[in-house]
Design a protein around this ligand. Structure first.
Ligand SMILES: Cc1cc2nc3c(=O)[nH]c(=O)nc-3n(C[C@H](O)[C@H](O)[C@H](O)COP(=O)(O)OP(=O)(O)OC[C@H]3O[C@@H](n4cnc5c(N)ncnc54)[C@H](O)[C@@H]3O)c2cc1C
Length: 449
């Protein structure tokens, strides 16, 4: 059997991780990326605004449970301590005048999940009855191995398990939005429980490290993901074609012809690592993928807005990260404490909502006013920039059909966050899907030769 030449369409986390695995197996790889940079939805962008600034397209948080991501970054030579700030799970919600209206912090000296149960017992901002209700629910889902028989919207599940409105608003809703980027009324309970399961399992934990830890990037995202992965794969012979949108994919007896504006090129295997939104055009000529087309046509999408506000460089928040209560803004990050971008504050709004009806100027103004109410010492901002990712993630709804990595079309594979059925749209899901596609190709080659 001739050595395969593999085309990867899309250079986000899924495509890059597939490439990094394939080059390890010694396969020739070509990545086609429609935009002028790699990284996809996890990248940094240059913004011209009172000078040139490098901003992430959105604040990303990784979890200690992201084992495939951490292993991949380790493989390509990144030192976790240099690129991430690792914090024990903590939620601190602030209201007006810096008041902490809710706070929960995992305790380092207890193993999971007892750390979370204890944290719930002593958290601030919930009545004793509410804390007990939350603990009972955690114990119940743990006993049922974080599985339910019939998936349903998370809000329905929580109400059914005696979680009060206040408890949902303070604890479960922020967790659901952060993890699934889907409003709680339509979010999948099963996938939310998968995220809890991984966060509170002890698997793979080492001293001082827990799966529920937050990992906050200390460098801009492209320096953590796209740039080191590019270096790794090109050093091993991979070819990268930027600004090369693949227009169509035509299967033939031996492989596939890929059509770009430069003409057609032939590959024996193809991994499509685009978001589901780009898939329909690419697979329209593959009769065997009709079911996949039907599945993804039912997807809906959720936005993530990031409002960047630059303050004088001496401006600091009390914490690197805080939740905001009763405001449009949901989470606030001090990029000075995180990435030495002093005075830069990032406010994140996940999921759909009334902020989408505002212009970017109106939104930035309102968020700046909210910050002033929460942190009264905040000076006037110098400039602002709103980055709106309108289709940031697929809506992670109950019983959502997720296509397999291996398709019915021989030698055609699908990677991308939407194909990793256990997780919502995450870097970890994307990376796992990419690695899985690459290993499937390596296995099939080994079997055939
Ligand atoms: C603002 C924001 C915040 C987020 N926060 C988090 C977080 O905190 N934690 C977390 O784990 N995840 C987070 N996510 C989700 C995470 O970024 C994504 O799940 C992940 O990056 C998806 O990777 P992917 O490779 O599957 O897809 P993508 O990153 O979308 O990559 C697909 C690539 O394919 C390219 N492409 C598309 N069509 C074609 C074509 N026809 N030809 C060639 N190239 C094509 C695209 O340009 C893109 O580069 C966030 C996402 C956003 C947008």
């Amino acid at each position: 059997m001739n050595k395969p030449h593999i085309a990867i369409i899309g250079g986000g986390c899924a495509g890059l991780s597939a490439a990094a695995t394939l080059v390890d197996h010694g396969f020739p790889v070509t990545i086609f990326e429609s935009s002028s940079q790699l990284g996809g939805r996890a990248r940094s962008v240059q913004i011209k605004n009172n000078g040139i600034h490098l901003l992430d397209n959105g604040q990303h948080i990784l979890l200690g449970a992201y084992s495939a991501t951490l292993a991949l970054l380790h493989k390509i030579g990144l030192d976790e301590k240099q690129v991430f700030l690792r914090l024990p799970l903590q939620i601190s919600m602030r209201g007006c005048d810096e008041n902490i209206v809710f706070s929960l912090k995992s305790v380092s000296y207890l193993p999971a999940p007892f750390d979370m149960l204890f944290a719930l017992l002593r958290c601030k901002g919930l009545s004793l009855v509410e804390r007990i209700a939350a603990i009972k629910l955690m114990a119940k889902v743990k006993n049922s191995h974080y599985q339910i028989d019939d998936d349903c919207p998370l809000e329905y599940f929580l109400i059914k398990h005696q979680q009060t409105k206040h408890l949902i608003t303070m604890l479960w809703e922020p967790l659901c939005l952060a993890a699934l980027n889907t409003p709680i009324a339509m979010a999948s309970t099963s996938i939310f429980l998968n995220a809890l399961n991984d966060s509170f399992s002890k698997k793979g934990c080492s001293k001082g490290k827990k799966n529920s830890d937050f990992l906050l990037p200390k460098l801009d995202l492209s320096k953590i993901i796209a740039q080191p992965l590019t270096k790794y794969i090109t050093a091993r012979g991979a070819e990268i074609k930027l600004n090369r949108q693949v227009l169509s994919l035509i299967p033939n007896a031996d492989g596939f012809n890929l059509e770009t504006r430069d003409g057609q090129s032939f590959f024996s295997h193809v991994i499509i690592a685009t978001p589901a939104t780009s898939l329909d055009k690419l697979i329209s000529s593959c009769q065997k993928l009709k079911t996949v087309l039907t599945q993804i046509q039912n997807y809906s999408y959720q936005p993530i807005y990031t409002v960047y506000l630059q303050y004088p460089v001496t401006t600091q928040l009390p914490d690197v990260m805080a939740g905001l209560s009763n405001t449009l803004g949901q989470w606030v990050f001090d990029k000075g404490q995180l990435c030495k971008q002093n005075g830069l504050i990032a406010v994140v709004i996940s999921g759909s909502g009334r902020h989408q009806a505002l212009t970017h100027e109106q939104l930035a103004l309102q968020v700046a006013e909210e910050l002033q109410q929460v942190f009264p010492d905040m000076p006037k901002s110098l400039w602002c920039k709103v980055i709106a990712e309108k289709r940031a993630t697929f809506s992670c709804t109950p019983n959502l059909a997720r296509p397999n990595n291996k398709t019915l079309q021989q030698n055609l594979y699908l990677a991308g966050d939407y194909t990793y059925a256990y997780y919502p749209a995450t870097i970890e899901g994307a990376i796992r899907s990419g690695i899985n596609c690459a290993n499937l190709i390596a296995d099939s080659y080994r079997l055939a030769s």
